[in-house]
Design a protein around this ligand. Structure first.
Ligand SMILES: Nc1ncnc2c1ncn2[C@@H]1O[C@H](COP(=O)(O)OP(=O)(O)OP(=O)(O)O)[C@@H](O)[C@H]1O
Ligand SMILES: [Mg+2]
Length: 411
């Protein structure tokens, strides 16, 4: 049975208008939504129909997307930064409307979108639980019955009567996820929770989503964590530049995504101005490069990072994961940096004789020093390591993503 049918969805945005970025605006937007008014921050369709483009740059965040979801499917949506994943989830959750196209939905949807949507900042955790339940059409009694479970899962019991605007982003996401997952929606939509929160909470979230799907509910899940997509999802969708480029099983989707990346090894990403750069209103990439350009197993690998920092924070935390062609994290590392005149730079050296030959991609995460997430950059650069003896990465390859130089002795 179809629970969701998306037919030829398009979404156009004006560039340079990226998200309001404040909880107050997002809340205002959401209030308008629940009151059934037009989103005050969403004037684009209107402008579009009048065709007054006057020199502005427009982007098709979604470009002719169609797919079906069946009851009990767990659908993983993957794709690079800016592919349109969050836009699609916002449209499915009715936080924003498509420029054109149709969506048919059967059942109640609970969604956990980007931090800042869904909760009223001035209300306490407790009040927000009841508010969200009411929006989902539950009675007070039904919400009461779930309340303890929601709080216990979130682990924020001590702060349950504190306004959520005082929560850290980790606490916020814990509670928001817990609410969305426990209020028994027919369809659970989750954007990128795994990018925030610690490893233990990530495991709990994955477990909970699995449980929800085993109850016959439908889950739609965006993640940069390809291993999680493979283990949790039954179906996979790959998006690229607003288009749906692959749809099939989760394993096939991850494979298709990794293959597409492997064919375009990109050892540097450099932007000359923040206007075109990847990122958001907090942080944007100035450059990320991998050196040397032609890389052998016996070379140390230098990673250079440089960001434009638009926050008031002088220190921030940059970490990265090295991902192999199967989507598995080979290792990760991170450090704290200062930014001077709003530019923060850092470099990191991966020792020689560590990576095996093959292609690796790098995911970069930027947090404030207090570990508030600013952005995560997926597959921002990638590099290929060659074996000097063979000078090619594919024939007679020794297994594994790492190939440390080991000492062998006879006898
Ligand atoms: N509110 C907005 N106003 C203008 N442009 C937007 C807005 N939201 C998204 N965009 C643009 O739409 C495109 C798709 O963005 P979207 O956030 O959906 O990507 P994503 O796949 O979720 O990326 P990420 O992996 O970085 O979260 C991007 O070019 C982005 O700049
Ligand atoms: Mg997104």
């Amino acid at each position: 049975m179809h629970v969701l049918k998306v037919e030829n969805i398009y979404k156009q945005y004006e560039l340079g208008q990226v998200s309001t970025g404040t909880m107050a605006h997002d809340f205002n937007r959401w209030l308008h939504k629940i009151r059934g008014k037009e989103d005050p921050y969403h004037k684009i369709t209107e402008r579009n129909t009048r065709d007054e483009k006057g020199g502005s740059k427009f982007v098709w965040a979604l470009d002719d997307i169609s797919f079906d979801v069946h009851q009990g499917d767990v659908v993983g949506i993957i794709g690079r930064n800016g592919a349109g994943k969050s836009t699609l989830l916002k449209i499915l959750s009715k936080v924003t409307s498509p420029t054109k196209g149709n969506i048919k939905i059967k059942g109640r949807i609970a969604s956990l979108l980007e931090v800042g949507t869904g909760f009223h900042p001035d209300l306490s955790g407790r009040e927000n639980i009841f508010l969200n339940g009411a929006i989902l059409g539950m009675t007070k009694k039904e919400i009461h019955a779930k309340f303890d479970e929601i709080v216990a899962f979130s682990g924020v019991d001590k702060y349950i009567d504190t306004p959520v605007k005082r929560y850290s982003s980790g606490m916020y996401v814990r509670l928001a996820f817990s609410v969305a997952a426990h209020l028994e929606p027919e369809i659970l939509i989750v954007d990128e929770v795994l990018a925030v929160g610690d490893a233990e909470f990530q495991r709990k979230c994955l477990g909970k989503m699995k449980e929800v799907s085993q109850q016959g509910r439908t889950v739609i899940f965006v993640s940069h964590n390809l291993v999680a997509v493979k283990s949790l999802c039954t179906k996979g969708i790959v998006m690229d530049q607003g288009k749906l480029v692959f749809s099939g099983s989760a394993d096939e989707a991850v494979e298709s995504y990794m293959n597409a990346n492997a064919s375009k090894v990109k050892p540097s990403t450099v932007f000359s101005s923040p206007d075109d750069a990847i990122g958001n209103e907090f942080i944007k990439i100035k450059s990320i490069t991998v050196q040397p350009e032609k890389l052998f197993i016996t070379d140390a690998i230098q990673l250079d990072f440089s960001f434009w920092n638009f926050t008031d924070e002088l220190k921030f935390n940059v970490s990265f994961d090295v991902i192999d062609v199967f989507g598995e994290v080979v290792f990760g590392s991170g450090n704290e940096f200062s930014s001077i005149n709003n530019v923060g730079s850092a470099s990191c050296l991966i020792p020689s004789n560590l990576m095996n030959d093959g292609i690796y991609s790098i995911h970069v995460y930027v947090h404030t020093a207090g570990m508030r997430k600013l952005y995560d950059f997926m597959d921002i650069v990638s590099f290929e390591v060659f074996d000097k003896e063979r000078n090619h990465a594919y024939y007679g390859k020794i297994n594994g993503a790492v190939r440390p130089k080991l000492t062998w002795k006879e006898g």
